[in-house]
Ligand binder design. Structure first.
Ligand code: ATP
Length: 862
């Protein structure tokens, strides 16, 4: 289909569509015919495959070997229990994997691309998947082209097609018909292709192909969407796990030798050694991290922070600088015009007069030099439309009556927008609006209070500079308006943005978000530096930053031009003093991020525009705006704010810190408990005492009563006190010397009480000794779960807030008592009946370590 050689009329005919768009019926029938506008994904692994994948795990293999050894040594019950545990564990693992996948999928859906389409005369925003051939779409700077299509109306469109053609320069597009039948993709300059990035300009496009029929769909074939998503923490733990396994294998060989030396049979000794391995390997470690991360990611998305990869949650916890856009993130992005300086007078927004030609022209400029409507579009422009409505003007009618001949769209580098229209008296008029500093050098004339056009003087420039300053001091965003007449229509270029007549200054207010102040305070408390970055004027920016608490006396406010003059080294030196950047362009953001990173800081950066993508990628956490952000920025970011709100970033950081703390606590809980078991086994074998734990007992503890509390520790709700900590050094190892020592001490402590219980039981029989030791180990570890909830003692945490912890304890307690009280279990677990007195002894011995640890925690926290 050579759509590029056909006229628009031919294409409208062929696709049975109109410039006013398809009807809902058309869309429905085409959706049936062509399907959704998306690539078909490779089918994901099913539950059964995932279930069997669990058996590749080396631990499961060790367990199965243990079952076989048990079976051949005549202990059929315990081999049955082992196999059952393996199956249960694998099922659990499979369900967890599927659940984590599902939550990632739903996150993906939340960040799925949107596009602007015209249907039945109305402009709508829809999911890109809903497009069908024949749809008329609007694409503009920052969009990712959602389908292949032919350009119907073009306003300076520049598109980067790198992903398709490998050409890294942007391509200037046209809406003209092309003649060469065999133009290559890169030469089809009146077409756009799915997946390309719109760098500049705007266009109306007739969709010709969707989904797998697009050029990208054809290349991509079946996309394999299952990317590996391993976080640094998981990687670190995997390698730690491998070292640990090796250590444990050596330890087990040692224990095996001792048992054989003490006269046990090889089979028995082997079984005991394998059991010890099972007890020592913290098998729930890796799944716990996945569970905790995916649970928290899901929770975060409900709080409006959509994290695209699990690993970002971890990185969030180490953030020490947040560079945030002002408009819409710290402020509400609800602009309202408050003041107008026109005809040499500053007055409020209602002071324009219809009978004044210049005032009238300004109202026209509000409507014609904007693209927004009263509900959709850039709030700066919406504010102008709202004001025109207050003057009873209909932007729809006025736009219908005036045809735009040419335009240079707004971009945040130039900070200007220019349009060309016909006037009534056969002249053409150019309207421009933009930042004062971008326009001030381009004025040649001004109009006095009587409407006479006069050459501009230095005195007049000084005067408007004064008014601009005055409006900015009040925290108002100032838009400057200018216009000029030209004789004939032409295609505007930036060279035409000169020789203007100064028109007006329009000051609009954008109040800070209510939450911003508190969020900034929380940042500072948490050792995180908030930095404001804005395209706005220096004084406007400083006033607002001061209001919110970001700017303090003595801080620096740096302007884009000043930043350009600084070398990277100079910037790096002074970056910590600068809390506000004004009049910056997106390119400056990347230098700001780099400067912070060179100072060793972990930096989050927000962005919404097309040119923000490099800075978002460069930042440790790139954050895009869900509401106002361009598709390109969302694509480049690792987190998307569904509510564009600064305070959501702070919430996410708190969650990130909490997640890390919880995971670390889970690890601590598992390793200290395992250490206790290992030490007890080691002691009993070295002291030539009877076998302290049977393999099934250790399995029971490790896989049932141990994994539930460790998950519970992992999902401990966040606590305010986490903000009193400084940001975590991302290179810090989990097992610092301090942490390892703590684990070891706790392990020794619990082991001592297990051995006491063992001796008490041994006075009667070996079986009773083992039963008492097993019960004490199991219960002590259940209590120990409480020690790992938060940094403070049990009375200072909100004990009942973590229901899972209480449930985990209850389940473990009930299961243990089932084993201890039902004679049917005795054979399987190698246990025996206990007297009431023994129960009391077990309860006391298992709670004492926790009491000691809690006392220590209370003292240490003080
Ligand atoms: P922030 O960086 O705080 O989010 P911003 O991204 O809104 O601010 P820009 O959009 O780059 O900043 O705006 C910078 C300046 O450009 C504004 O101060 C204003 O003077 C001018 N400006 C903003 N929007 C428009 C527009 N639609 N048309 C013309 N000029 C504009």
């Amino acid at each position: 289909m050579k759509y590029f050689t056909r006229t628009k009329e031919e294409l409208f005919e062929e696709f049975q569509t109109k410039i006013s768009g398809l009807t809902e019926d058309d869309v429905a029938s085409r959706r049936k015919k062509y399907g959704e506008n998306k690539f078909i994904e490779k089918e994901k692994d099913g539950l059964i495959k995932i279930f069997f994948d669990q058996f590749k795990d080396s631990l499961v293999i060790i367990l199965l070997i243990a079952a076989a050894i048990s079976f051949f040594s005549g202990n059929k019950e315990s081999s049955f229990v082992i196999v059952l545990v393996v199956i249960l564990n694998s099922l659990l693992g499979a369900f967890q994997t599927v659940k984590a996948q599902k939550s990632l999928d739903s996150l993906k859906k939340m960040s799925s691309p949107k596009c602007k389409v015209i249907r039945e005369h109305e402009q709508l925003e829809i999911d890109s998947t809903e497009l069908v051939p024949g749809d008329i779409i609007i694409i503009e700077a920052g969009d990712i082209v959602p389908a292949d299509g032919r350009i119907i109306e073009n306003f300076s469109l520049l598109v980067n097609e790198n992903s398709l053609t490998g050409e890294s320069n942007s391509i200037e597009k046209t809406d003209a018909v092309l003649e060469y039948e065999d133009s290559a993709l890169g030469d089809q300059i009146n077409m756009v292709f799915s997946g390309s990035l719109v760098n500049y300009g705007r266009a109306k496009v007739l969709v010709t192909n969707t989904g797998m029929n697009t050029q990208l769909g054809k290349i991509a074939g079946l996309l394999d969407q299952t990317e590996e998503n391993i976080t640094p923490l998981q990687k670190a733990l995997d390698s730690f796990g491998k070292k640990l396994t090796l250590g444990i294998v050596i330890l087990c060989l040692f224990i095996f030798a001792i048992y054989v030396y003490h006269g046990n049979t090889i089979l028995e000794s082997l079984l005991l050694a394998v059991a010890l391995a099972v007890a020592a390997i913290p098998e729930s470690l890796s799944p716990i991290i996945t569970i905790v991360l995916s649970l928290e990611t899901e929770k975060l998305s409900k709080e409006n922070a959509i994290v695209k990869e699990l690993k970002s949650i971890e990185a969030l916890g180490s953030i020490s600088v947040i560079c945030s856009d002002k408009t819409g993130t710290l402020t509400q992005n609800k602009m309202t015009v408050k003041k107008i300086f026109i005809n040499e007078k500053l007055d409020d927004e209602y002071s324009l007069k219809f009978n004044n030609k210049i005032d009238n022209l300004l109202l026209k400029s509000f409507i014609l030099c904007t693209d927004a409507t009263d509900t959709i579009g850039d709030p700066t422009e919406t504010a102008l439309i709202h004001l025109s409505q207050k003057y009873d003007l209909s932007f729809r009618d006025i736009r219908k009556d005036n045809k735009r001949l040419s335009e240079i769209p707004f971009d945040s580098d130039r900070k200007l927008m220019t349009v060309l229209y016909d006037t009534e008296d056969n002249k053409k008029i150019v309207f421009t609006k933009g930042a004062f500093d971008s326009l001030v050098t381009r004025f040649k004339y001004y109009t006095d209070e009587n409407g006479n056009i006069l050459p501009i003087s230095d005195t007049f420039i000084k005067e408007i500079e004064k008014y601009n300053h005055e409006l900015a001091e009040e925290g108002l965003r100032v838009l400057t308006f200018a216009y000029k007449y030209i004789d004939e229509s032409k295609n505007l270029t930036t060279d035409d943005e000169n020789d203007y007549i100064f028109h007006a200054l329009v000051g609009m207010i954008d109040p800070p978000r209510e939450e911003s102040k508190l969020a900034v305070q929380e940042c500072i408390r948490g050792g995180i530096k908030p930095v404001m970055i804005t395209g706005d004027h220096k004084i406007t920016a400083r006033t607002i930053a001061k209001n919110i608490g970001i700017y303090k006396e003595g801080d620096k406010v740096l302007e884009g031009i000043e930043l350009e003059k600084m070398s990277d080294e100079e910037l790096e030196k002074s970056v910590e003093q600068i809390s506000v950047y004004a009049r910056v362009s997106p390119e400056h953001k990347i230098r700001i991020v780099s400067a912070w990173q060179k100072r060793g800081k972990i930096c989050a950066m927000t962005g919404d525009g097309v040119n923000d993508a490099p800075a978002l990628k460069r930042a440790n956490i790139g954050i895009a705006m869900g509401i106002t952000g361009t598709e390109v920025s969302k694509n480049a970011a690792s987190m998307i704010l569904a509510d564009d709100n600064f305070s959501t970033i702070v919430k996410a950081i708190i969650t990130g810190r909490n997640v890390y703390r919880n995971i670390k606590n889970s690890i601590g809980f598992l390793l200290s408990g395992n250490t206790a078991a290992i030490l007890a086994v080691l002691y009993s074998s070295l002291a030539n005492l009877p076998v302290i734990f049977s393999p099934v007992q250790l399995l029971f503890i490790n896989l049932l009563t141990d994994s539930l509390p460790s998950i519970a520790v992992g999902v401990e709700p966040k606590n305010e006190d986490i903000l009193d900590e400084k940001p975590r050094d991302p290179n810090e190892a989990i097992l610092t010397n301090k942490f390892s020592t703590k684990l070891l001490i706790e392990g020794v402590l619990i082991a001592i009480f297990i051995i006491i219980a063992f001796y008490i039981g041994l006075k009667e029989s070996a079986l009773k000794g083992s039963t008492m030791a097993f019960a004490t180990l199991c219960l002590a570890r259940l209590f120990h779960g409480i020690n790992y909830r938060g940094v403070r003692n049990v009375f200072a945490i909100s004990f009942f807030k973590n229901k899972f912890s209480i449930i985990a304890f209850a389940i473990g307690f009930v299961l243990l008592n089932l084993v201890l009280l039902s004679p049917q279990m005795f054979n399987i677990f190698g246990t025996t009946a206990l007297e009431p007195m023994n129960f009391i002894q077990i309860y006391v011995l298992s709670i004492v370590p926790t009491i000691i640890i809690q006392t220590y925690k209370t003292i240490a926290y003080r």
